[in-house]
Ligand binder design. Sequence first.
Ligand SMILES: N[C@@H](CCC(=O)N[C@@H](CS)C(=O)NCC(=O)O)C(=O)O
Length: 202
Amino acid sequence: MILYGRDLSPYVRRVAIWCALQGREIERRPLAATDPEESKEIAKVHPGTRVPALVLDDGTVLVDSWAICDWLDEEAGDRRLVPASGLARRECLRRIGLATATAEKAVAMVYEKNRRPEALHWADWQARVAGQVRGALGALEAIAPADGFFGGAAPDGSDIATVCAYQFVEATNPWLLDPGFPRLAALAGRAMQIDAVAQTRP
Ligand SMILES: N[C@@H](CCC(=O)N[C@@H](CS)C(=O)NCC(=O)O)C(=O)O
C-alpha cells in the first residue's frame, strides 16, 4: 500500500500511525497538496488533489482519513482501533469527531493565518476559528484520562486522532493552546513513547 501525504497533515499522520499500530507495512509518498509540483502527483491518484490518499495493493485508491481508517479496521481482525459495536464504538467515534473538528479548524487557521496574505486577514473569523479549536480541545480535555489512554492501556483510534490534532495545533499555531490543556498534553506525551507516534511527529 502507498500512502500519499506528509506527516504534518493530522489526517495523513493519523492513517500512518493507524497502519503502524496494526503492523502494516506501507510505502510513503510525502507530498504536499499545497505545493504546485507535488500536487500534480497527488492529482494522479486523487482527482480532488487532497491527502491522505491510500493506494491499495490492487490499485484501488481510498481517500479521506475516515474512510481509510474504516477500511483498515474492517480488514484488521482483532487489531481494530475502533470497537466494532455498542457504546464503546459510539464513544470512540464521538472522540474522533471532536478530534477531527479540532484538526479541521486548526487546518483552517493555517490557511487563514499562515497562507492568506496578511492584508486579507480577518480578525473576527480568526477569533471564531480559534474558539472552535479551543472548544473541541476543551471537550476532549474534560474527558481525557489521567493515566493511560482513552482506549485503556493502549491507544485506540480516538487517541491517535486526538494526538495528531493536538500536536498539529502545537506545531502550527501553539498560541491556540493557551491557557493549556494539561491532560491532552500528558496524553500526547505518553503517546510519544510509542515509535509510530514519535517517528511521525510534525
Ligand atoms: N476530510 C479529509 C480532510 C483532508 C485534508 O483537509 N487534507 C488537507 C491536508 S491537511 C489537504 O489535502 N489540503 C489541500 C486542499 O484541500 O486543497 C480527511 O479526513 O482526510
